[in-house]
Design a protein around this ligand. Structure first.
Ligand code: CA
Length: 250
């Protein structure tokens, strides 16, 4: 594994040190921040492969940091640490864009397993790169060229409308992330009115018709019942899976 840069944002210093030690054992290059404002600055300025983010922090809480990081152009995986174990907090963590979460107290074994799983997922999936000034996203057989606004799936060019392209590109940048319909409206259409969720549904259906072998058994754009949608998360199309998305959301 190439050296991963990890930022730990945690105000409990002993815990932060402990996590640092164990992530360094995994070969990570670790930076620390002990309050939210410093953590956000570092997270936005650096090129981290992962942010381990405490929920309750002085100056700026973990949810707000998460939200702001998700508005940044590049995608940084986030592992949320939370002392609260209510379902609501878990879902909130996902709604604002965490990749996974751990409830305190957690074992170091659990921590390192989650961290490795995130690295594996990111490596197996979204490869965003620049080539000849073009910005390309390669994920799960797709190659999406954001500059030319073209997309191929296993080499075959897809005929997508503008919104279908935006939707696919958004999903592809965030594989495995669960999106509520209102959130997709907000991110892809730029507005978040209630009552327009059917717009999302119909675009998803049309997109599926173009990219799925069998749109009634989608492999790429998956329905998360009671919540919304997520893009192919690299778990070899198995149902269930592990981690927060599968456990916290039904
Ligand atoms: Ca804290």
């Amino acid at each position: 594994m190439e050296t991963k840069r990890v930022l730990i944002v945690e105000d409990e210093r002993e815990l932060a040190e402990l996590v640092r030690l164990h992530l360094e054992d995994l070969g990570c290059d670790v930076s620390l921040a002990h309050d939210g404002a410093e953590g956000l600055d570092l997270a936005l300025s650096g090129t981290f492969d992962l942010v381990v983010l405490d929920l309750m922090l002085p100056r700026l809480d973990g949810l707000e940091i998460c939200r702001r990081l998700r508005q940044a152009p590049s995608y940084t995986p986030i592992l949320m640490l939370t002392a609260k174990s209510t379902e609501l907090d878990r879902v909130l963590g996902l709604e604002v864009g965490a990749d996974d979460y751990l409830t305190k107290p957690f074992s170091i074994r659990e921590l390192t397993a989650r961290v490795k799983a995130i690295f594996r997922r990111v490596e197996a999936l979204g490869v965003a790169r620049e080539e000849d000034g073009r910005s390309l996203i390669e994920v799960g057989g797709f190659c999406i060229d954001k500059s030319r606004r073209t997309a191929t799936l296993t080499g075959r060019e897809l005929q997508l409308t503008a919104k279908e392209f935006d939707l696919l590109a958004h999903f592809a940048r965030h594989p495995g992330r669960v999106y509520r319909r209102a959130e997709l409206l907000d991110r892809v259409w730029g507005y978040g009115h209630d009552g327009y969720e059917h717009t999302v549904n119909s675009h998803i259906n049309r997109l599926r018709a173009k990219i799925e072998d069998d749109p009634s058994e989608p492999r790429y754009v998956l329905t998360v019942w009671g919540v919304g949608y997520k893009f192919f998360d690299g778990r070899s199309f198995a149902s269930g899976g592990n981690g927060a998305q599968a456990q916290g959301l039904r």
